[in-house]
Ligand binder design. Structure first.
Ligand code: PLP
Length: 431
């Protein structure tokens, strides 16, 4: 029996050994390999509501929720039935279908900043296409991104700040030509002077500024809304397009995502995760005028064999329709606020240096008391605390994403009793 400090992973360990013979690192996406936490990854066999079960038959309350898509929890009955109905008619045609219009119409009618959109199959693809649109529409090539924001594995965005006054990027992955990384300027979040300086100097070459308006891939780096407003104003001033990457925040903090939450209009928005109801869907949207640059209307080429896939569209429609029910977000966000407050009250009473920043139904466990708004404020040593907490939580039936830099998600399927149970488990784990 493969136990790790009391957590039995016999079957998961055997599966991992098998998986390592087939996939790099045994996984199909790196963080799943549990490199940042203790022990081999647990293999999941099913999910229902807020619960998942692993191959060794442990049950967990899931706060990873497939990294965000499952705002309605696992195995949502309405999504499941819609998928079944779509599958019964065939799984892919590579031709237009009514289902694309239904999901597209639902979004356009309920999102004040989107006039037209295009469906793709992942968040990465949405971002990649949005950059191409920005470049095609402006005729400029450089991009500003921010340290601590992640936008999928797009070549020119897997970069960190290099040195120098205007910091052109250095790639963070092998296999990315230097020339691609040099197209990206990486700035610190919340540094308005550096932003203005960069735009003054390079604005004539810059196609767009891309930002996660709620940066949630490197901890939860909640920005002052005034910084996002500043991006909007400066983008207008320098004739640069503003892209909100809402792959996480879209349909999460409200139906209109962060743009609606803060009331700031970006030029282009990118989506993934929730938009597909648990199926592989991404999208990018903008004004009708900007989207007019996309093929076949315009010269910016973008296509996909499985784009607008009918099964995925049916899942997305069934999910988003439920989010539009009156009070959906108010209830979910209030529930999350109560959960986070209970955790914070406990940490405060014990004097633990832990805080739980949150927005909507997103939360993060920060092993620091001060407010963290930029990537460099995170102490890498604090991740050792997360490692231990992660194991202690697993032993107590709580599943968090296997990295301390990742946020947690609450779904509508987490009922009060689940959250109360989770609070008790967190208390013991923190102790
Ligand atoms: N953009 C953001 C903000 C993300 O969080 C992610 C994924 O986590 C992506 C883009 C890439 O999406 P995908 O993993 O679907 O390619």
């Amino acid at each position: 029996m493969e136990t790790l400090l009391g957590h039995d992973r016999t079957i998961s360990s055997a599966l991992f050994e098998e998986a390592k013979k087939i996939f790099p690192g045994g996984v199909n996406s790196p963080v799943r390999a549990f490199k940042s936490v203790l022990g081999p990854p647990i293999f999941i066999k099913k999910g229902d509501g807020c619960h998942i079960w692993d191959e060794d038959d442990h049950q967990y309350i899931d706060f990873c929720c497939s990294w965000g898509p499952l705002i309605l929890g696992h195995n949502n009955a309405h999504i499941r039935e819609s998928i079944y109905a779509a599958v019964a008619e065939g799984t892919s045609f590579g031709a237009p279908t009514r289902l694309e219009i239904e999901l597209g119409r639902l979004i356009v009618d309920n999102h004040r900043y989107i006039e037209k959109l295009r469906f793709v199959s992942s968040g990465t693809e949405a971002v990649m296409s949005a950059l191409r649109l920005a470049r095609g529409a402006t005729g400029k090539s450089k991009v500003i991104k921010f340290e601590g924001c992640y936008h999928g594995h797009v070549d020119s965005l897997l970069v960190k700040a290099g040195s120098g006054l205007v910091t052109f990027g250095e790639s963070t992955s092998a296999g990315i030509p230097e020339a691609f990384a040099k197209e990206t300027i990486v700035l610190p979040l919340n540094d308005r002077e550096k932003l203005e300086e960069t735009l003054e100097q390079e604005g004539h070459n810059i196609a767009c500024i891309i930002v996660e308006p709620i940066p949630a891939n490197n901890g939860l780096l909640l920005q002052d809304p005034s910084f996002l407003e500043c991006l909007r104003i400066k983008a207008y001033k320098h004739n640069v397009l503003l892209i909100f990457d809402e792959v996480i925040s879209g349909f999460r903090v409200g139906f209109e995502g962060a743009a609606g939450y803060y009331g700031i209009k970006p030029d282009i928005l990118t989506f993934g995760k929730i938009i597909g109801g648990g199926m592989p869907v991404g999208a990018y949207g903008a004004s009708a005028e900007l989207m007019g640059h996309i093929a076949p209307d315009g010269p910016v080429y973008q296509a996909g064999t499985l784009s607008g896939n009918p099964v995925a569209m049916a899942a997305g429609y069934a999910a988003l329709k439920q989010l539009l029910a009156p009070g959906f977000y108010e209830t979910l966000n209030a529930k999350t606020a109560g959960f986070v407050k209970a955790l914070q009250d406990f940490a405060d009473a014990k004097g633990y240096p832990v805080s739980f920043p949150s927005v909507g139904s997103i939360f993060w466990v920060a092993f620091a008391r001060e407010r963290i708004i930029a990537a460099e404020q995170i102490d890498p040593a604090s991740m050792n605390h997360f490692k231990i907490m992660h194991l202690e939580l697993l032993k107590r039936g709580i599943y968090m994403g296997p990295s301390g830099y990742e946020v947690g998600f609450v779904s509508s399927a987490h009922i009060d009793a689940d959250l109360a149970q989770a609070v008790e488990a967190f208390k013991e784990a923190l102790d």
